[in-house]
Design a protein around this ligand. Sequence first.
Ligand code: PMP
Length: 287
Amino acid sequence: TIAFLNGEYLPLSEARISPMDRGFLFGDGIYEVIPTYAGQPVGLSGHLTRLANGLSAIEIENPFDNVQWKAIVLELAGKNADFIESKNIGVYFHVSRGTDAKRHHAYASNISPTVFAFAFEIPPPQPEAKGDVKGFKVALEEDKRWQRCHIKSTSLLGNVMHYQTGVKAGVDETILFNQQGLITEASSCNVFMVKNGIITTPPLNNELLPGITRQIAIEAFKRAQLPVEEDWFSKEALLEADEVWLTSSSKEVAPVIEVGGHIIGEGNAGRMWEKAIKAYHAYKFIA
Ligand code: PMP
């Protein structure tokens, strides 16, 4: 497949970065993943705004404007369409602080960011019938990450360790709760629950990533007149929910059928999920 590195398109297998890059040594960088289907991106402006916010939060100058970033998304989706038959293509962006001569913690001011992007296959859009969709099983544990989870940092060790808890338990993801027992998000997704016909997702703060799929989904639900609220809920409330969903750029809105070994609802995708995924599909390309 074809990648992008510091202004050039090249085969991914030929891309080279110095081991003195601060992205490698410190995880000092910001990333994004933008889904595209048959060349059409979803949530592009939201992803580019979050990228700009993340870079600003860690004081890296944004190397490109939105027109340039958009061109990279479309170029990589186009150039890789021959390699990825399904045309369901995620574009990954990574901006690190750059390569320094010495390893020292202080931000160096005389280095320029390393910009890397590549394309990879993502799952197809979710089906709209509950009989056709994969129901996810997840583990549940205390969120042990840092206090800046709103920044899409490439320092993902905390997320990786939480995800691995799920892998070891033989499930697909891990949902996290904070020290107050309130659900924050999952290791690579946002979390929604449904109780008595009301859809709820935690509000944004420093404990969770402002997911672009989350944002598009909330707006799509409002447009479809599905009742949706941003509010905290406990892990006990999660276990007693009628439905639980994960959202992310690759999973869209995905039903969860088991949390920490506890069956959710009737153990399959719910009736509200069917309405939700239809509303999401109807809105995602215009968001
Ligand atoms: N939370 C975390 C921790 C994530 O890594 C992600 C992205 N995979 C999400 C939520 C979902 O964000 P988005 O909808 O923008 O993909």
